[in-house]
Design a protein around this ligand. Structure first.
Ligand code: ZN
Length: 178
């Protein structure tokens, strides 16, 4: 299928699946803003060379955070998109600390595409923490997130220098943000 049509369908699918969800920050941005940002980062980082990767970026949280299933993604967007999303999906049946540990452990073995999505995802999350910190997040909790995200990204490096620089800038802004 024409990749622009697929892209439009992916945005629509994500908007419907994440309907009503908001980011954790005080501004309570609609969740779709996170997905458009991650997809834009991936698209810019890759010059749009890999449409499946941008589609997977749009859909990257649908299995983890909505009722979407891997089979549904495979049927609608193809097996490669479903597999990229699966690579960046945490097993929510596990305790949070274990999920976070596994993300660090799995990152190094992820495909180049999954690494690209992970760096873009963490960049978007750090930018959001700087722009609109969640109420009740003390400095320490923000630093914990920053350190964990940096560990994940450290294992994803050498896939895209431009994208890694975006992450580094977001991390530096958060560190300098007091
Ligand atoms: Zn995400």
């Amino acid at each position: 299928m024409n990749s622009l049509v697929t892209l439009a369908r992916a945005y629509d699918f994500a908007a419907v699946k994440h309907i009503g969800q908001r980011r954790k920050g005080d501004a309570g941005e609609p969740y779709i803003n996170h997905l458009t940002e991650v997809a834009a980062l991936v698209a810019e980082a890759t010059g749009g060379a890999d449409p499946d990767l941008i589609v997977a970026a749009i859909l990257h949280d649908t299995v983890e955070d909505t009722g979407a299933t891997p089979g549904e993604l495979a049927a609608s967007f193809g097996p490669r998109v479903a597999s990229l999303v699966a690579e960046v999906t945490d097993d929510k049946s596990l305790p949070k600390a274990e999920r976070k540990r596994l993300q660090i452990e799995h990152a190094a073995h992820a495909s180049t595409g999954a690494k690209t999505i992970k760096i873009a995802d963490k960049t978007s999350n750090l930018r959001a923490l700087a722009a609109s910190p969640p109420t009740g997040w003390a400095r320490e909790r923000r630093d914990d997130y920053l350190n964990w995200a940096s560990e994940v990204v450290a294992r994803c490096r050498c896939v895209n220098p431009w994208l890694e620089a975006q992450f580094d800038a977001a991390a530096a802004a958060l560190r300098g943000g007091g």
